[in-house]
Every structure is written in C-alpha cells, then in structure tokens.
Design a protein. Structure first.
Length: 94
C-alpha cells in the first residue's frame, strides 16, 4: 500500500507529509485555507470519519491519518481534500 499525502497551507507551496514508518497514526494540523491531496491506489482508504473538528482517514493496513482542525465553523476557515483514487468515485464515507 502506498498513500501519498500532500499539504498546502494558505500562501505556501505544497509539501509531502511523510507517512512511511508510522506505527498507528499520523497527525497533521490544518490551518485556515489549507488544501490536502491524497494519492492512493484503489482500496487503500477504508473509511473517513469526522470526530469533532478532526478528519480521520483510515487505511487498509490499519493505520490512520488524523487531520486536526479540518472542520470549522460553517463558511469560515474552509479546508479542502482531494482524493486521487478512481475507485473512490461514488463511494460513501461516513
């Protein structure tokens, strides 16, 4: 399984977040206007859930990517997430 996560904070260049070698989870901080992109293969992402203001992305190898402060007040501090995985099209995440 190979998942690549890149983050672009407002006004900055995008950079990759190291996910290799993690034991259980990776924690990433979101700031207002942040953009996240995931490049994965079909089946790498098993679920995505909201936990308070956090976005939890669970992977098929039992690990998790936690994005703190992803969800904020409606209409403010908007963040975005793009998933490049053709099998995710039409999949319902809870």
């Amino acid at each position: 399984m190979t998942i690549k996560l890149s983050v672009q904070q407002a006004g900055q260049k995008a950079h990759n977040v190291a996910l290799s070698g993690i034991t259980n989870s990776t924690i990433v901080q979101a700031t207002p206007g942040a953009r996240f992109a995931i490049d994965s293969k079909p089946g790498d992402i098993t679920s995505m859930i909201r936990q308070g203001d956090k976005l939890i992305i669970n992977t098929s190898d039992g690990k998790a990517i936690q994005v703190d402060h992803f969800f904020g007040a409606a209409g403010k501090d908007m963040k975005s997430l793009t998933i490049d995985d053709s099998s995710a099209a039409g999949k319902k995440y809870v």
